[in-house]
Design a binder for this molecule. Structure first.
Ligand code: NAD
Length: 494
């Protein structure tokens, strides 16, 4: 059981209690082997809950329950309209419990409360509503062949799908997979990150309250190596939708291919560039590029961790950028003036500090930050490196923390080569007032998402996915919904 009685300085208080077993067939149960994992509050380092460490045996039980539910009371047995209604109900229930859910997310991930409440919890409800509205609205087509043959296509749910979620946006990224999977009529096995399972567990009672038949939604907490790997190789799972690191994504794909060739969608890492041209609106470019890297303590797959600035504006940009970052406040997630909170774990903080050392050793100039803040919790000061060369590790590798690498460029060709010069291709941003240049750059950038004169903004209706080693397939948009279906072609001899 998660049982937390809390009172913080900013007037936040409450007592939140909910079960923390595995959620299978609409009920909380113990894992077969009764192993557990401690869950930590990264703002303090304190253990706040203990959850089940599920494994292969538990995943198998969940898949059996999901298969039974899919065949008896879900899938094509329930109309799209009905599935949509349940999803709308779930969205309303999340909004009803917005305060509790947001507080739990803050306790577990260390995110600032206000942003979590508005962007992530309310955001999650709205993203669910997008897919709720689309449920049952993807139709096949009839195809004219000739007098003697009629043909048509139809979309059919896949059956049981798996969703493996990272720790940086535990609730928000969960609904990116949950909502289209259910809208299409699949049953689902969810594996949250072992570091941040709490909001997913809190949602379980809402799945029941919304009216999803038992077994349609199941949650197996546990590590990637045990529970995650069991999902990727289970013969009864038709698709695995994964968000996480590129390294783990490789395992997911090879395990899927060596088991039942289940389809995979992989949303992986990034090293996204922001290109600031001489003619950019300086204030706008500074504000968005800073938000693009420091939001969520830099723990964003699409974080703008490389900033390329054209020669003519470079000095002014750097001065304004450093002054802007100087005003950011790293600290207490409950304080409304906080820009960002701690890194999610000790291991993650250590990893980021290691990269800062690497940057210094490689000869980049540390223009500000570069150190841990305090000794309680896992806070890191916003860190800016300048004069970063293309071949330095801090310019090529995903750091996943509040660390940004700046470099100068001369012209469009020059910056395109630098921006496209990594194995990643998740997102990119262009800052310019020249519309032609903005479109040309957007076309040439090797990235699944391009922002012009902004960063970070996403829409449930816009597909999100990576080029190159940032992933395969898409979350969000109609494209994501389609990926949760089989497409059947029917030929009829008249
Ligand atoms: P991670 O890859 O360590 O873990 C992600 C999830 O996969 C966790 O639930 C983990 O338990 C599970 N997992 C780990 N190894 C596995 C395996 N062999 N088989 C099956 N499951 C396994 O990533 P993380 O540290 O939780 O998250 C950070 C990473 O996620 C970053 O690289 C970031 O860029 C990426 N990310 C990508 C997106 C995107 O949409 N492209 C979004 C958020 C995060």
């Amino acid at each position: 059981t998660f049982d937390f009685d809390f009172k913080f300085q900013q007037g936040f208080q409450g007592r939140y209690t909910f079960p923390t077993g595995l959620f299978i067939n609409g009920e909380f149960v113990d894992s077969v082997d009764k192993e557990t994992i401690d869950v930590v509050n990264p703002a303090t380092g304190a253990v706040i809950a203990t959850v089940s460490a599920g494994n292969e045996k538990d995943v198998d039980i969940a898949v059996q329950a999901a298969t039974k539910a899919y065949k008896s009371s879900w899938g094509l047995k329930v109309s799209g309209l009905e599935r949509g209604k349940l999803l709308f109900k779930l969205a309303d229930l999340i909004e009803r419990d917005v305060e509790e859910i947001s507080c739990i997310e803050v306790l577990n991930v260390g995110k600032p409360y206000l942003a979590t409440r508005h962007r992530e919890t309310i955001g999650a409800s709205n993203y669910i509503r997008y897919f709720a509205g689309l449920a049952g609205k993807l139709h096949g087509k009839t195809v004219e062949i000739d007098e003697s043959i009629m043909a048509y296509t139809r979309y059919e749910p896949l059956g049981v799908v798996g969703a493996i979620i990272p720790w940086n946006f535990p609730l928000f990224l969960l609904v990116w997979k949950l909502a289209p999977a259910l809208a299409a009529g699949n049953a689902i096995i969810i594996k949250p990150s072992e570091i941040t399972p709490l909001t997913t567990l809190r949602l379980c009672k809402l799945f029941n309250e919304a009216g999803f038949p038992p077994g349609v939604v199941n949650v197996i907490t546990g590590t990637g190596q045990a529970a995650g790997a069991a999902i990727t190789k289970h013969m009864g799972i038709a698709k695995v939708s994964f968000t996480g690191s590129t390294a783990a994504g490789r395992h997911v794909m090879s395990s899927a291919s060596s088991s039942n060739l289940k389809s995979v969608s992989l949303e992986l890492g990034g090293k996204s560039p922001s290109l600031v041209f001489d003619d950019a609106d300086l204030e706008q470019a500074v504000r968005w590029t800073a938000a693009g890297i420091f939001t969520n303590a830099g723990q964003m797959c699409y974080g703008g961790s490389r900033i390329y600035v054209q020669e003519g504006i470079y000095d002014k940009f750097l001065e304004s950028f450093l002054a802007f970052v100087q005003k950011s406040k790293v600290g207490d997630p409950w304080d409304s003036s906080t820009t960002y909170g701690p890194q999610v774990s000790q291991a993650q903080m250590d990893r980021v500090l290691d990269y800062i050392d690497i940057g210094k050793k490689e000869g980049a100039v540390l223009a500000r930050g570069g150190f841990r803040v305090g000794d309680l919790g896992y806070y890191i000061e916003p860190t800016v490196f300048t004069e970063v060369k293309q071949d330095m590790r801090i310019m090529k590798e995903e750091i996943f923390g509040p660390v940004v690498a700046l470099a100068k460029f001369k012209n469009e060709e020059d910056v395109l080569e630098m921006a496209n010069g990594t194995m990643y291709g998740l997102a990119a941003a262009v800052f310019t007032k020249d519309v032609t240049r903005a479109i040309k750059m957007s076309n040439e950038l090797e990235a699944g998402t391009v922002w012009v004169n902004m960063t970070l903004r996403l829409q449930p209706s816009m597909p999100f996915g990576g080029y190159k080693e940032s992933g395969i397939g898409h979350d969000l948009g109609e494209e994501a919904l389609r990926s949760y279906y089989n497409l059947k072609s029917v030929h009829i001899n008249l």
